[in-house]
Design a binder for this molecule. Structure first.
Ligand code: NAD
Length: 335
């Protein structure tokens, strides 16, 4: 099948080509660096399948252009589908598939990496020692052992993150719209409502999907309920957090540490080299300027294991569609 791959980087090409080469009947992948937008959608004219990632934009206008030009399948090479207008896709008779799980370990482990870096200030220590400065002031951390970790969303990633933090000896508080037994089984773990989680956690980590009901789940009101000096971690989706409210929380001292791999307006510049440009997003630049903030550029998923799994599933999803098979990874409108 002929597939237009949008927003593609060298690593996407490498892993998709490797997975494709393992197939008896390989697909024909054509790679575009451009992200999918209404203005780039015409590039996919004549392609029955389009493959997109988190910061491509499959809104109604874009989907209509794709459909007019013969696209029938949208293959998301990610788990989340908040960047796709599912209603319009259904109305246009387009099929949508995704990669529901690739490596939850990748994201959970990166989350722990952010926590350790923020707490023990490893990024600052690294630079200090390189300059032969072996002083310790300013590097003071706290034991994770015995601290309370609040986990919002205890699905695949949240659960593994909970297991890792249990290994550190943390007390676990979970909140989930659909609680599961696996979380309760971990030990020293219990489900609570959000106000209780906010009020009692030393570290709060977000692992729920971006939905209308979770948009800005961390807002002014939520921050007001948190412990002074709380560590807030978001490796899920940027708009879960009201960035302006978080900045006020950092300035007031309520938020003592912030670690984010995702940002509300990340689609403007993440996954691109902006090092020679002037970034116009003052909110992002202000956030970067705080000493207790660490930002990574949506790399939590970025392990060899995850990219191999993403490519395998994507290639299979497309093959199943081409063969008219039942699609186990189809994304459908809720009934
Ligand atoms: P999952 O579907 O297995 O788990 C999500 C959990 O959130 C489920 O238990 C679900 O019941 C819960 N949930 C749903 N609505 C909720 C609500 N209103 N409040 C609280 N919890 C709610 O998904 P996952 O694989 O664990 O992924 C979690 C999120 O991580 C994804 O939605 C995605 O946004 C993000 N993610 C980020 C990266 C990255 O590289 N940074 C990579 C993959 C996934």
């Amino acid at each position: 099948m002929k597939v237009a791959v949008f927003g593609s980087q060298t690593y996407d090409r490498r892993f998709l080509d490797e997975a494709n080469a393992r197939r008896e009947t390989p697909h024909e992948f054509v790679y575009f660096e451009a992200r999918l937008r209404s203005r780039t959608a015409p590039l996919a004219a004549g392609f029955p399948a389009v493959c997109i990632f988190v910061n491509d934009e499959a809104d109604a206008e874009t989907l209509k252009i794709l459909a007019q030009n013969g696209t029938k399948l949208i293959a998301l090479r990610c788990a989340g589908f908040n960047n796709l207008d599912l209603q319009t896709a259904a109305e246009l008779g387009m099929t949508v598939v995704r990669v529901p799980a690739y490596s939850p370990y990748a994201v959970a482990e990166h989350t722990v990496g952010l926590i350790l870096t923020l707490n023990r200030k490893i990024h600052k220590a690294y630079n200090r020692v390189r300059e032969d400065n072996f002083t310790l002031s300013g590097l003071l951390g706290f034991d994770l052992n015995g601290s309370t970790v609040g986990i919002v969303g205890t699905g695949k990633i949240g659960l593994i993150f909970a297991q890792i933090m249990h290994g550190f000896g943390c007390h676990l508080l979970g909140y989930d719209a659909y609680p599961n037994d696996e979380f309760k089984k971990i030990g020293d773990s219990r489900y609570v409502d959000l106000p209780e989680l906010f009020a009692n956690s030393d570290i709060i980590s977000l692992h729920c999907p971006l939905l209308p009901e979770t948009h800005h789940i961390i807002n002014e009101g939520a921050i007001a309920q948190m412990k002074k000096g709380v560590m807030l971690i978001n490796t899920s989706r940027g708009p879960l957090v009201d960035t302006e409210a978080v900045i006020r929380g950092i300035k007031s001292g309520t938020i003592g540490y912030l670690g984010i791999d995702v940002y509300e307006q990340e689609d403007q510049f993440f996954f691109e080299d902006w090092s020679e440009e002037i970034i116009q997003d003052d909110t992002f630049q202000l956030l970067q300027s705080f000493p207790n903030v660490i930002i990574t550029g949506h790399q939590a998923f970025f392990t060899k294991n995850a990219l191999t799994a993403i490519a395998e599933t994507t290639v299979c999803n497309i093959a199943d569609f081409a063969a008219g098979k039942e699609l186990k990874n189809a994304v459908k409108l809720p009934h």
